[in-house]
Design a protein around this ligand. Structure first.
Ligand SMILES: [Zn+2]
Ligand SMILES: [Zn+2]
Length: 213
């Protein structure tokens, strides 16, 4: 059984996910930890559960999802993966921090591996299917764990909302198409772990999401 631990970090209230199973191997998705206090919260959980961090993955590279990249790569010496189409977003991390008045000076490390649509992410006894779901950002990925019935959706789908589409590379029609094609085709009971806000399910969003009904 694959478990998901959520932490809400940084001024953007971004959800960082630690996904792990009985083997104790884990993947960190979108580390948003922005300061020493949040670094410690993340690492304290990993130590308490005696997890072995095997990979860092970004669903997409907006600043709120990558603040902790440097910390995670340096502390756990792990592979860092994302979609190639997010490289320009990652490269604009420092200028974007300046734009928002956030005093971050250290850039994110560069990815060591790229993930393509329909790649399978394997760790421990867990498999997660990567789905290319652009529209909020140019090459946002969602990660579906069929065996445990959940998806990490980044900022693509939220409870009763969807990701904003006014940032560079965003497009409303593309986003709605991504959701209809790759998310709303999953079983209704699939739990959605979003980049912001509470969890939801595919079935609930099909019925209640005002942007998609
Ligand atoms: Zn975003
Ligand atoms: Zn976000």
């Amino acid at each position: 059984m694959t478990k998901v631990q959520c932490f809400t970090f940084n001024p953007f209230q971004e959800n960082t996910y630690v996904v792990y199973d009985e083997t104790k191997e884990c993947v960190i998705f979108d580390p948003g930890n922005i300061n020493v206090k949040e670094d410690k919260i993340l690492s304290a959980f990993i130590e308490k559960e005696q997890l072995n961090v095997v990979q860092l993955i970004n669903t997409h590279c907006h600043l709120d999802h990558v603040f902790g990249n440097q910390y995670v790569v340096e502390k756990y010496k792990v592979e860092f993966s994302m979609h190639k189409g997010e490289v320009p977003v990652l490269n604009s991390f420092i200028p974007t921090c300046q734009l928002y008045g956030i005093p971050i000076k250290v850039p994110s490390p560069n990815p060591t591996k790229f993930i393509e649509h329909q790649d399978v992410i394997s760790f421990g006894n867990t498999q997660m299917l990567a789905l290319l779901t652009p529209g909020h950002s140019p090459a946002s990925l969602s990660f579906y764990c069929e065996a445990s019935g959940f998806i990490i959706s980044g900022d693509v789908l939220f409870r009763e909302s969807i990701g904003r589409t006014d940032l560079p590379g965003g497009n409303f029609d593309t986003l709605v198409n991504s959701i209809n094609t790759h998310l709303f085709t999953l079983p209704n009971q699939t739990i959605v772990y979003s980049g912001h806000g509470p969890t939801t399910t595919i079935g609930y969003e099909k019925e209640n999401n005002p942007f998609l009904t």
